[in-house]
Structures are given as C-alpha cells and as structure tokens.
Design a protein around this ligand. Structure first.
Ligand code: R5P
Length: 230
C-alpha cells in the first residue's frame, strides 16, 4: 500500500464521523480505513460524545477498546443507528465485495441490522464491475475441499486463504476461500447461488446494503448518496 492510499483512507475514515450523532448505536466495521474512524471517534468521545458500538471483528474490538469507544452487543441492542465500514470493491450500484480482512460474516450482520450504512474507501475501490478482487467466501472447515469444488463448478478458481504459512481461520472459526471469478455481472445472483452450497457460511458480496459512500482520492473527498450515484 502506498503512503498516498493510506492518506486517502485516513481522509475517508475521518470524514465519516461527521455523520455520527450523540446517543447513536454504531456498527463498527473492519479494516484499515475504519481504524481512522475509530481514532477520530475516540477523540470525540473524550470531548463528551455519547455513543456505543458493536464491533465487526476482534481486531476492531481491540482498536475500539484502545480508543475508549464504549462497546455493546446484540444481547443489548437489536437495531443500530449507523454502520461505518470499509470495502474491497464498490460498483456503481453500491454493491460491494468485502472480506479482504476476513471479517465478512460479522460485518454483514452488523450492516444488515443498521438503519444506515456508510462505506468509506480510497478512490481505487470504485470499479465498473465487481470481480477483479477475488471474492472471499467463508466456509466451514469440515469438508472445505468439497465446498471449494462446488464453487469451482460455478466458474471460479477458489484458493484457501493462508496467513503466515497456516490456513487463515476467521473470527468464527471458519476458513476463507478467495474465489477468482474475474467478472461478477450479477452479484445478487452469484450470492444466492453460493449460499445454496452446503458448507458455505457467507459470501463477501454485500448487495443492496449501502446508503452512502465516502471516497477519498487525488481530487479530494466525495460523498455519494444512494440517490445521486455516479
Ligand atoms: O474483512 C475486511 C473488510 O471487508 C474490510 O472492510 C475491507 O477489506 C477493506 O479494508 P481496508 O479498509 O483495510 O482497505
């Protein structure tokens, strides 16, 4: 990652806090862009802002605790006011590929139960069509080989994710298959086809779940609402 991309992530991440209001219950997304939101949010909390958040990964939980962001969970709250999250790819209809960091299941739950979802990213994440970024699919460890074969039958090249020479295990104790489809012309259809496969826990396709995108790039920061998409 370049310093420039890092800077854009910081700009987008910090911009998102402008949409946080006192008393809100927040969905705290995952990834390096969300880190900047949490850091900025920590500063506002120190000045008296009263919010609580549900983290979408153990990593986010750690950062939130570090920045003194009060946390809650679904035993306490059923509906969130606002979720702020990153993405790996965003298409012109605001469909997303997510899960590059392996947090897609918890992210999807948090975003699904939020009244409003804001996606923050650097400009490079905006694409004409999803698919260049290999689609993360969370699968049960048991029988992952046969699940991978079924995904391959749908036209993908699935690769079991590894980290530091070991198989990557998600926060839910599952594996992740990074599935190269190259092009995903109909994200909703593909999501449903994948979900029908036994062994698939969830896909990284987030269809129709985003209300606003905050993009930062060389020309500054752009806020795009679902209603005035590019
Ligand atoms: O599982 C990870 C998430 O979907 C992230 O939100 C996504 O990978 C974007 O991450 P970053 O902000 O680090 O580019």
């Amino acid at each position: 990652m370049t310093d420039q991309v890092d800077l854009y992530k910081k700009i987008a991440g910090e911009k998102a806090v402008e949409y946080i209001e006192d008393g809100m219950v927040l969905g705290l997304g995952s990834g390096s862009t969300v880190y900047w939101t949490l850091k900025k949010l920590g500063g506002l909390i120190e000045q008296g802002l009263n919010i609580k958040g549900i983290p979408s990964s153990l990593r986010t939980e750690g950062w939130a605790k570090y920045f003194n962001v009060p946390l809650t969970d679904f035993s306490d709250v059923q509906v969130l006011d606002l979720a702020i999250d990153g993405a790996d790819e965003i298409d012109p209809n605001f469909n997303l590929t997510k899960g590059g960091g392996g947090s897609l299941v918890r992210e999807k739950m948090v975003n699904f139960h939020a009244k409003k979802v804001i996606i923050i990213a650097d400009q490079s994440k905006m694409v004409d069509e999803l698919g260049k970024f290999p689609l993360p699919v969370e699968v049960l460890q048991f029988g992952w080989q046969v699940t991978a074969q079924k995904i391959a039958d749908l036209g993908a090249k699935p690769v079991l994710r590894e980290r530091d020479g070991c198989f990557f295990v998600s926060n839910n104790d599952n594996y992740i298959l990074d599935c190269e489809f190259n092009s995903i012309p109909d994200p909703e259809k593909l999501h449903h086809s994948l979900k029908q496969l036994l062994g698939v826990v969830e896909t990284g396709l987030f269809v129709n779940m985003t209300d606003m995108v905050i993009l930062a790039g060389a020309k500054g920061v752009k806020v795009i609402n679902k209603t005035n998409q590019i």
